[in-house]
Design a binder for this molecule. Sequence first.
Ligand SMILES: C[S@@+](CC[C@H](N)C(=O)[O-])C[C@H]1O[C@@H](n2cnc3c(N)ncnc32)[C@H](O)[C@@H]1O
Length: 291
Amino acid sequence: MNEDRLPSPRHHHTNNKKKTRFGYLSAPSSCSSLRPLPSPEILKVDGYDLKNQLDNFRVKTHCAKPLPPQLVHETILDRVYNATSPYDNFPPAHVRGLLRDKRLKGWGSYGEVFEHLIQKVKPKVIIEVGTFLGASALHMAELTRKLGLDSLILCIDDFRGWLGFRDLVGFVNMVNGDVLLLYQFMQNVVQNNATGSVLPIPFSSGSTLEILCEWGVFGDLIEIDAGHDFNSAWADINRAYRILRPGGVIFGHDYFTAADNRGVRRAVNLFAQMNGLKIQTDGQHWVIDSA
Ligand SMILES: C[S@@+](CC[C@H](N)C(=O)[O-])C[C@H]1O[C@@H](n2cnc3c(N)ncnc32)[C@H](O)[C@@H]1O
């Protein structure tokens, strides 16, 4: 990766490191031999206008050259699943009796925005950030099927939900403290005959979006619906926009719902303002068309 980074204060202490049999130990911060650090640019905010200050937040990573869409499915299978489909021999014996045949629960998962955007973009690769039980992912799978599109839907979710989510969806069982969200999602995909087009990537959104960028996995249509606080939405939108194929569309839920004040709308507005992009809305969703 080629990220521009500000110098970290930690990197200035190398002369003060002492060799021990365990390796190098940093000198304690109170050590009198430490020379003052040069002030990092980021601290010199006086006299800077807002635009220049915001530049410090810009993500400047460059992604690998985009993979051809027809190679994305195989690449994810190879690199995430050792070239074996996660649906092979599913469900494993230890959870078989704990799954429902098909149980979905979503929020705004059937909004008209999905049909509007799939018709418009005709995506070869869709990336969903925040999947839960798969209501919106399976809705998109159904729409692409109806339109005769051979779309792949990558579902990025750590499949942990959030603390307390089982108060809302008690049918998701738990084994030794491990919630069976991934397995129930996969069961829903199996029941919908969508295993050929819907593939989970069961890791955190931050690390996954970074790695997709390194691998050159781009989406034509990217949906953001994971963490709804400002910091999570901000990070997901910034990282995801880098892997949006030129001319593609990024969109997300909760621009107009009770979750507004938790930060989605502020994150989307700031992102659009900083990048000179126009926000459209469709129902409860925000939409940014890069074309
Ligand atoms: C609102 S639900 C997604 C609903 C889904 N889009 C639908 O409409 O059916 C949010 C999901 O985001 C996931 N999530 C939240 N923060 C995450 C993170 N940092 N990394 C990965 N997944 C995350 C949760 O596990 C949860 O399943």
